[in-house]
Ligand binder design. Structure first.
Ligand code: DAK
Length: 259
């Protein structure tokens, strides 16, 4: 599939996906959502890719939300189809076997904030702004914001953002746990690549099982979740990386995973 609204670059086992509709601050219409869905479905199959970064084109916006001009005339069925597509994209990102880092380089509003939340980790530039301003438009978040945001920052703080539509800056987003850390914009991509490469250098199954354990275990009661962890821990012992990691430790050398 040829992409018109996203750019995909691959280097050193790390894929960087840049959402690019600069004229609309990278707002999400059906086309960019379909391209993003296709892209992440492909990445899921690419075993040589071990970590993914998602960012927005330009230095002003990650994603300024769903495309308001596209949504304005939706009827009920079109709205449902659009929200369903958005959910599919975000759950594909969330469940991608590889870890996904959001490099939030500016506005992350509405659907943009929701994309960032569907990623495993978020690093923001100092100029980033976050919010769920849908109530200003007479709608609610349609891509999982009412569900993932409370799970990430807690119900009270999520409710404040969701009910007021307030926009917060990167420092405040970091304070409430919406982003992992804030860096200057000129080093944002370097920081994300550094993190992605450090993850890519680890045992691929171990990282994958960590992601599965956290994501799936989060929705279970603790007892069941711990049993689930036991199963995934045991499964690691079917991998060559377990042998290599432990042997390398005992031989006092660096492990060479994926050989
Ligand atoms: N959609 C379409 N175009 C957008 C856009 C958006 N979300 N955000 C910005 N743009 C466009 C602007 O219209 C403008 O286009 P031109 O006028 O130049 O043609 C261009 O990007 C530059 O924007 P501004 O001139 O406004 O730039 P400023 O720096 O002055 O302001 C801003 C930046 C991000 C503060 C402002 O653009 C803004 O407030 N944008 C809207 C932010 C927003 O409300 N985002 C949330 C969108 S709602 C659902 C499905 C999904 C959703 C809900 C329900 N169902 C189906 C039920 C999700 C909803 C959302 O995400």
């Amino acid at each position: 599939m040829e992409y018109k609204n996203i750019i995909v670059e691959k280097e050193d086992s790390v894929a960087t996906v840049t959402l690019s509709r600069p004229k609309a601050l990278n707002a999400l219409n059906k086309e960019i959502l379909l391209e993003t869905l296709h892209c992440f479905q492909q990445l899921a199959l690419e075993t040589e890719i071990k970590a993914v970064i998602i960012t927005g084109a330009g230095d002003k916006s990650f994603v300024a939300g769903a495309d308001i001009s596209a949504m304005q005339k939706f009827d009920i069925l079109e709205a449902k189809a659009f929200a369903t597509l958005g959910h599919k994209v975000l759950s594909t990102i969330e469940n991608l076997p590889q870890p996904v880092i959001a490099a939030v380089n500016g506005f992350a509003l509405g659907g943009g904030c929701e994309i960032a939340i569907s990623c495993d980790m978020r690093i923001a530039s100092a100029n980033a702004k976050f919010g769920q301003p849908e109530v200003n438009l007479g709608v609610i978040p349609g891509f999982g914001g009412t569900q993932r945001l409370p799970r990430l920052v807690g119900k009270g703080l999520a409710n404040e953002l969701l009910f007021s539509g307030n926009i917060i800056d990167a420092e405040e987003a970091c304070r409430i746990g919406l982003v992992n850390r804030v860096v200057e914009q000129d080093v944002l991509m370097d920081e994300c690549r550094k993190l992605a490469k450090s993850i890519a250098a680890k045992g691929v199954e171990a990282v994958r099982f960590c992601k599965e354990a956290v994501n799936n275990g989060f929705e279970m009661d603790l007892k069941r979740a711990c049993e689930y962890e036991v199963d995934l821990f045991a499964l690691c012992f079917a991998s060559e990386d377990q042998q290599e990691g432990m042997t390398a430790f005992l031989e006092k050398r660096r492990p060479e995973f994926g050989k």
